[in-house]
Design a protein around this ligand. Sequence first.
Ligand code: PMP
Ligand code: GLU
Length: 395
Amino acid sequence: MALSRIAREVKTSATLAITAKAKQLQAKGVDVVGFGAGEPDFDIPENVKNAAIKAIKDNYNKYTPTAGAPELKEAVCEKLLKDNGLKYSPSQVIVSAGAKQSILNIVLVLCDTGDEAIIPAPYWVSYPEMVIMAGAMPVFLKTTDKEHFKITKESLARAITPRSKLLFMNSPSNPTGMVYTEKELREIIGFAVEKGLYVISDEIYEKVLYDGVRHFSPATFNDNCYKKVITVNGFSKVYAMTGWRLGYAAGPEEIIKAATNIQDHTTSGANSIAQKAGVEALKGNQDSVTQMISEFDKRRKYIIERLNNIKSVSCLLPQGAFYAFPKVSDLYKKKIGGQTVANSSDLVNVLLEKAHVAFVPGAPFGADEYIRISYATSMVNIEKGMDRFEKFLCS
Ligand code: PMP
Ligand code: GLU
């Protein structure tokens, strides 16, 4: 079949695929412990649900403006000022069907055929695919646990070419849970913008932080950063609103206007009911966020300790997000469950089929030596899953 370039080149999302596979097995009655998708297992806060119910009862049914309902864009501006020290007007904000759509819009606005987009690896699975959709080239900047999965100004300098257009930053990071310090970020982003790069700062895990670590928004650093950094955030992680599909981007008006033109012809405005709920999420009581993070913290400590007690597995203590990213490559070339495991996909497949635990392979995050374990699941599941993992590797 003569499919288009995009159809030929864009791959499935490994995070979504493993989640779907685990759910299929569960539907067949297999007791699978899922550590796949990064989606909080908590309920949406009651006040947010009530705002959505009220919106339905009030017949808030019509298309909103493409870039978002004015009330939500105002709330986003207030949030960015209060939490991040970022001063934006509503014309500098676009609301989309998830942060994913906001990021794609921005990539399509900034990248042309032949442009290069620098993606620090390990990376969230969708960044390279979005760059490919734009016809541009992802350029990977590899890091390992040895350097705590962090790029530096020096490593970035080596990756920049005359075609470099865009840099992706994601702190706290999916999949590593790593968080850059203010000093590190200032140096990297300051250098990137000085070199003329645009930066997508994906801050979707900004509030999921541990051990008193702080988040910084690079667009605040100086005037040049303000002009070149597009800040992305959303409601999926902090308010557990994954299925409601709501996210946003803020940046220079010209870029946001062009992103709005693209969204005009793809999805129009995000879901109106979700947008009303989004206003309440941002403006209402934030206690549920604190509770969720303190629960994640308990799980984080437990799971990292369990992983580091398993022979041939080692894991850094993440400082943010809700993922463990253990190094497992010492298991490769060995027989596990009667099968020789050569890479992260083999390992994940054998674990799913034989031990009934669902992890995500590191390869689609650009790091085949690792696997990703989302601890956005109950403590009971985590204990059960870690028992199975440990027992299986010892069998
Ligand atoms: N960025 C990162 C780093 C993510 O992990 C995700 C996953 N949900 C997203 C963006 C997109 O989130 P959503 O589209 O659900 O807002
Ligand atoms: N971002 C989450 C993850 O990495 C949800 C799935 C997705 O959109 O990739 O698992």
